[in-house]
Design a protein around this ligand. Sequence first.
Ligand SMILES: NC(=O)C1=CN([C@@H]2O[C@H](COP(=O)(O)OP(=O)(O)OC[C@H]3O[C@@H](n4cnc5c(N)ncnc54)[C@H](OP(=O)(O)O)[C@@H]3O)[C@@H](O)[C@H]2O)C=CC1
Ligand SMILES: O=C1O[C@H](COP(=O)(O)O)[C@@H](O)[C@H](O)[C@H]1O
Length: 488
Amino acid sequence: MVSRVIPVEPFDLVIFGGTGDLARRKILPALFRRYCAGQIPQDARIIGAARRTQNADAYRSFVAEAIREFSTPRHCEDGTLEGFLSCLDYVAVDALGDEGWHELASKINGDRVRAYYFSVGPRLFGPLAQRTKAHGLANDQTRIVVEKPFGHDLDSAKALNATLADHFHEGQIYRIDHYLGKETVQNLMAVRFGNMLFEPLWNSQYVDHIQITVAESVGVGGRGEYYDRAGAMRDMMQNHLMQLFCLIAMEPPAKFDPDAVRDEKLKVIRALDPVEPHHIVRGQYLAREGEAEEHPSYREAVGNPRSTTESYIALRTHISNWRWAGTPFYLRTGKRLKARSSVINVMFKDAPHSIFGADAGRHANVLSIRLQPNEGITLKVTIKEPGQGGMRLVDVPLDMSFAEALGPEGQDPPDAYERLIMDVVRGNQTLFMRGDEVEAAWAWTDPVIAGWESRGDVPKPYESGSTGPGDAELLIKRDGRRWQGINP
Ligand SMILES: NC(=O)C1=CN([C@@H]2O[C@H](COP(=O)(O)OP(=O)(O)OC[C@H]3O[C@@H](n4cnc5c(N)ncnc54)[C@H](OP(=O)(O)O)[C@@H]3O)[C@@H](O)[C@H]2O)C=CC1
Ligand SMILES: O=C1O[C@H](COP(=O)(O)O)[C@@H](O)[C@H](O)[C@H]1O
């Protein structure tokens, strides 16, 4: 199955922070892949902007290096890299001063789409918005792309929304949550709303509970300073897990358009109950014996021997609405866990009555949506155990891997940033967070954090390579349930 690539109109994209880590590892390789796919026209202009002084050729060498290191292009013909590099330019600009802005303005084309990607530290989001406008770089076609973190709490998110709103209207602001750009995350909507099979069962009458797991095998890497101020609750739960949660729990939007989808997500967040303190477990990873040098403990990695920041969080929450009344949602995420594995498990209830008697045991269907890796869907169904031993039941998986089912496109789907950047150029905000959504997510998150801060809560240690702290097992076991495994 080969999908049709529709080229976008020529555009100007300025990447503020175009020499930074995110630009190097994600944004520029994503643009290159879209160029290879034939989606970016030759007269598109991609301008890196950062403080350091260098000419366009030096920037092109930097980008070529980044692409060699981080891009795995398909269908790329000889000379494609040169073609892509010829779309690039560079201007030295200071987000906090006036240097470089005049030159940047001179390179922007009059009447085509202009996108400004703010891939810089969050303290620069406001100044960039202000200067972009003040130096005449913005027109009605202008879009700004704002990276995470979008605020540190509700007050800072409100302040940032207000600052951006001083210069751009909501329809111009693209707040990135890269999980929304993941192919399988979009598939959540396709599975739910493209099939008759699931939606009638998608409620508390048939669903016992839902588990969302985003497990990472990596540690905090080189982002220790940022991470130690954030922790798993702010870094992952408030945004990525919250978005997955919304897509799983929301009502069907009337159509797949930005406000219809975002209105429904917002309703879910606003209907969330506050999390009870005894429904949260925080953890912090320790080094495994003998591996401390290669894979240090969390505290070692962030250079803060007394840190009480969590690298793991598990919680139970509820939505107070008609569809989900009484259905618990268990969410967990953490670093340095057993495997990289993001899965949503929809755990259905047992059949109301067993005609096979007590010996048949208890069996319930489970729909597992694997977001990464090994993207696909498994439905656990109950069948008869083969043989003459009476009517004994056994659970077997109906397994579908997207890679196998979809052929080459399924094996190498576009990276999240590819999809999202092209959506910016096309002017489609469906997969971006709206300001009120972000604020609602913080309004739910803040009291949780305030609670553990006021209690002086210290995260529970867990060993790197494990499934997290033992208390997280108890969190769900107390309810007579258990986590599904963390498997690669
Ligand atoms: N790296 C990652 O994996 C992820 C990053 N993010 C977010 O992306 C954003 C960028 O992160 P990352 O790339 O890691 O950060 P880096 O520190 O690697 O890069 C920062 C960039 O900003 C530029 N910069 C710094 N100060 C100024 C200034 N005053 N004016 C103009 N440019 C400036 C730097 O270049 P120079 O010093 O030359 O000015 C550099 O290009 C952050 O908001 C981060 O939270 C989000 C998810 C993942
Ligand atoms: O935004 C973030 O996401 C990554 C995980 O993203 P993934 O695409 O690799 O699943 C996480 O490692 C990082 O801490 C966080 O800031």
